[in-house]
Ligand binder design. Structure first.
Ligand SMILES: NC(=O)c1ccc[n+]([C@@H]2O[C@H](COP(=O)([O-])OP(=O)(O)OC[C@H]3O[C@@H](n4cnc5c(N)ncnc54)[C@H](OP(=O)(O)O)[C@@H]3O)[C@@H](O)[C@H]2O)c1
Length: 218
């Protein structure tokens, strides 16, 4: 990737998604970030001197990640049952791809892994979605990165190119939901995707070590 510049080098997965797009915009505007490699499955129109776009088949991530040097990974990958078509396909993206990316990144010398998970993530949850997210968190956390940051937002707020009926319905209720989500329930408040992205970029540059869980209160 050429001579190393001062600043943090970031590998971004999920750059075409709601959170990922905000991450990309922030990373490119941040003078402390020297390089961004975006792993995507379809080309990005965006160009920038700091940006390298790699169109990859996520079933063969190793072919691509082995050539990348980075300090931090920001992982915003995710799908839905509806988009993926089956629980297995959902788990492949939200757990298997995440775990494989983490394993390969560690082998490349990446020291920080920042993952968007979800409020309620728990590997033994009776709720399938939360269980898959919990398994992804566990897979990343057990690797010897210097730092792992697990972000656990509730419903994400922001404009999507395609409507998601279930989420749109929840968003209608967001103001009422926020009224009642206080105290120990504060982290169930809907959160702008932009706030999650801002936290991810901050953590990509952080020297804090260990495994950390981050909640949002709107
Ligand atoms: N939606 C919510 O309210 C909510 C709440 C809490 C947590 N979360 C979690 O937060 C994370 C980010 O959410 P988001 O709303 O920003 O996600 P999103 O908009 O759906 O974006 C997901 C990203 O993952 C990529 N992706 C999906 N399936 C893929 C596949 N088979 N192969 C390769 N890449 C694939 C997408 O690429 P393409 O653009 O090519 O599809 C996109 O870049 C997700 O893990 C989600 O579960 C979401």
């Amino acid at each position: 990737m050429g001579a190393q510049q001062p600043g943090t080098r970031v590998l971004l997965a999920g750059a075409t998604g709601l959170v990922g797009k905000h991450c990309l915009t922030r990373l490119l505007a941040d003078d402390d970030i020297s390089q961004v490699v975006a792993l995507v499955r379809r080309p990005l129109e965006q160009t920038h001197p700091k940006l390298t776009v790699q169109v990859v088949d996520f079933d063969h991530l190793g072919d691509h990640v082995r050539a990348i040097e980075a300090d931090a990974v920001l992982c915003c990958l995710g799908t839905t049952h509806r988009a993926s078509g089956s629980p297995e396909a959902f788990a492949k993206v939200d757990h298997i791809y995440v775990a494989e990316l983490a394993r390969l990144a560690l082998a490349q010398g990446v020291s920080r892994f920042v993952l968007v998970s979800t409020v309620g993530a728990d590997p033994s949850s009776p709720v399938f979605y939360n269980r898959v997210k919990g398994r992804a968190e566990a897979a990343v956390s057990e690797l010897p990165f210097k730092a792992v940051h697990l972000l656990r937002p509730s419903l994400l707020l922001g404009e999507r190119p395609k409507p998601r009926p279930a989420e749109d319905w929840s968003k209608q209720l967001a103001p009422f939901w926020s009224l009642f989500a206080w105290g120990p329930f504060g982290h169930y408040r809907p959160v702008p995707a932009e706030n999650v992205a801002a936290k991810m970029v901050e953590l990509a540059k952080s020297d804090q070590e260990g495994v950390h869980i981050h909640y949002f209160k709107g």
